[in-house]
Structures are given as C-alpha cells and as structure tokens.
Write a protein that binds this ligand. Structure first.
Ligand code: ATP
Ligand code: MG
Length: 303
C-alpha cells in the first residue's frame, strides 16, 4: 500500500490570506491561468501543455501557451526552431520587453505562444537579484490576461524560481502523473511546496486537477495507484486519463499538436476529452460546444 502523509493532502479551499504584494494593475477578467507542474521529469507536462492548449483553442477559445522551461520543448513541439536571438519568456521575466511583443501565432487557430529559450537556464540566478522576483511573470501577464480565456504555463521539472513565478502567476495548477510507484514519492514534496506558495505568495492558487498520463489500465499497478490517488485527491483526480499513445510521442517531431498530426488518434481524443472536462468543471461553454448544441437542436426539430 502506498501512502501519502495526510498533512500534505490538498486543501479544498486555500486559506484566504492577504496577498503579500499583489499587483494592482490586474484587470478583473474571466481568464484562467493554469500552470502544468510536477517537479518529476518526463511525466507528460509538455505533452499535456501543448495538446490541452491546442484542444482548448480548437474549441474556439483564444488560448496562450507559455514555455517556462529552459529545455524549450513546447516551443520546438509547435514547430519553432531554436533561436536564441528571438525574444522569449526570458526577456519578459527580465523586463527587457512586454508580453504583447513576445507572443507568436501558431499553426493552430486561436493558439498563441510565448516561446521559451535556453537563456532561461541563467534566469534562476539572475532573478534572485531582481525586484519582485516571484511576481515577474504575474506582473508581465497582467496587461494581456483579459485577452485569453485560457493561459497555460509549461513548467520545468524543478521547484525553482521559474516554477515559482508560474505558480504565482496562476489561478490553478494541473499535475500530470504517471501511474507508477515512484510517481507518488514526490507528491508529498510537491503538495507541501504548493501549500507554501499559497500561504506566502498566491492565496487564490487552487488545484485544478491531477491527470494520469501514459496510462495503461490493464496493469494491476496502474489500478492500485489509481485507487490510492482517488482516495487521496478525491474529485481532484480528473476523470479523463491520457493513454500511452505513440502518436503523442511522434507529433512534436512534426512540430504539431496531435490534434493536427493525427486528429483521430486515441491521444488526440483523450486531450479533447480533457479540454471538455476542464470546461465543464469551470462552467465554461465553448463556441464549438454552442455550435454543436445548436446543430443538434436544429437536427432534432427537423425530424
Ligand atoms: P520534462 O520534465 O523533461 O519537462 P515532461 O514532464 O514535460 O518532461 P514530456 O516531455 O511531455 O514530459 O513527456 C516525456 C516523454 O514521454 C516524451 O518523449 C513524450 O513524447 C512521451 N509521452 C508523453 N506522454 C505520452 C503518452 N501519453 N503516450 C506516449 N508517449 C508520451
Ligand atoms: Mg517538459
């Protein structure tokens, strides 16, 4: 039996503590900023960030994807070649530029990208000396937040200043996990870090959900891990799980999200289902959902 210390259980609602130094310029908006986070490497953060963002965009919702990882896999996975001279999230964090100047359109309708860069490797050290070092991303996104119903942040596999900036900028965090024994080991550490962030920097940060990735429901271990996660996270464990699917692994080398690379694959269907689950949980009806409902109502009335 795998157990997690109950002290690290996610609280249903974060404590309403006064914000230490929240920016005053933030417009009230219906936008939702979600950080895709897990300090464990290779669990499907980037695959989830790219394909969930694309699925939301294809539902007709303007979506901004931000590559906060020095590996810049999200940037490459959307077909952008490495280019250290291109303005990136690094320049934004350092205050060299503004968000509107680093946003790039992508091949997916309604999906924009703020690219990552290898320059981010130095950002952790450089940020230490900066004013409001934990709030740099939050402050930089404030003027453009209202333009996007969804902003997704792909975090690096570390609980460093880049991840901290993402969590301080976010309304919610989404935690991809593999259903394996070692995946659970880091969860206590991640949850206590998230609690500390909530208490010190961002009192409204909430767990959006835990997502099982590379899932194979035929193994006993997967089932046991799923049961333990269900007991621990309750309804925060998302109903949608992402199966292991080779199309998901191939798509980035073609510079496309799976929805464009192979829209009928199991991977594409799973990320579409995940987007619909998140929309339902947030009470958001997408333009595509409205169109589908109108079409089925018209078909029913013509019978
Ligand atoms: P890192 O911590 O290094 O940033 P990550 O958490 O972002 O990694 P990914 O890069 O998304 O993880 O995935 C790790 C590897 O697993 C990649 O090669 C990716 O293509 C593959 N992969 C992710 N999800 C799936 C899946 N559902 N089916 C098959 N392969 C997958
Ligand atoms: Mg990654």
């Amino acid at each position: 039996m795998i157990t997690i210390h109950p002290a690290n259980k996610p609280s249903a609602k974060p404590d309403p503590k006064p914000e230490a130094a929240a920016t005053s310029a933030e417009p009230a908006s219906p936008s939702k900023v979600i950080a895709v986070v897990n300090q464990k490497g290779g669990v499907g953060k980037t695959t989830t960030a790219i394909n969930l963002a694309a699925a939301l965009a294809l539902e007709g919702l303007s979506t901004l994807l931000i590559d906060c990882d020095p590996q810049a896999n999200t940037t490459g996975g959307l077909g952008f070649a490495r280019d250290e001279a291109r303005a990136s999230i690094y320049d934004l964090l350092m205050g060299h530029t503004t968000a509107d100047k680093v946003i790039l359109p992508t091949d997916v309708a309604n999906l924009s990208l703020i690219p990552g860069s290898k320059n981010l490797i130095g950002a952790n050290l450089e940020l230490v000396a900066q004013d409001r070092r934990e709030y740099r991303l939050r402050d930089a996104l404030a003027p453009i937040r209202a333009n996007y119903p969804f902003i997704l942040l792909d975090c690096p596999p570390a609980l460093d200043l880049l991840t901290l900036n993402s969590l301080v900028a976010a309304d919610g965090h989404l935690v991809p996990m593999q259903a394996e024994y070692f995946a659970l080991e880091g969860i206590s550490e991640l949850m206590s870090t998230l609690d500390r962030v909530t208490q010190s920097f961002n009192s409204t940060l909430a767990l959006e959900g835990v997502l099982l990735t590379m899932y194979d429901d035929r193994t006993n271990l997967s089932q046991q891990v799923t049961e333990n996660l269900k007991a621990f996270f309750d309804d925060k464990l998302l109903k949608t799980s992402i199966p292991r699917n080779v199309r998901l692994a191939e798509a980035p080398s073609h510079g496309k999200p799976v929805a464009l690379y192979d829209p009928k694959s199991r991977g594409a269907e799973a990320y579409r289902e995940l987007a619909l689950e998140l929309l339902t949980r947030n009470n958001i009806q997408s333009p595509e959902e409205k169109r589908r409902k109108a079409a089925s109502a018209a078909a029913a009335s013509s019978l």
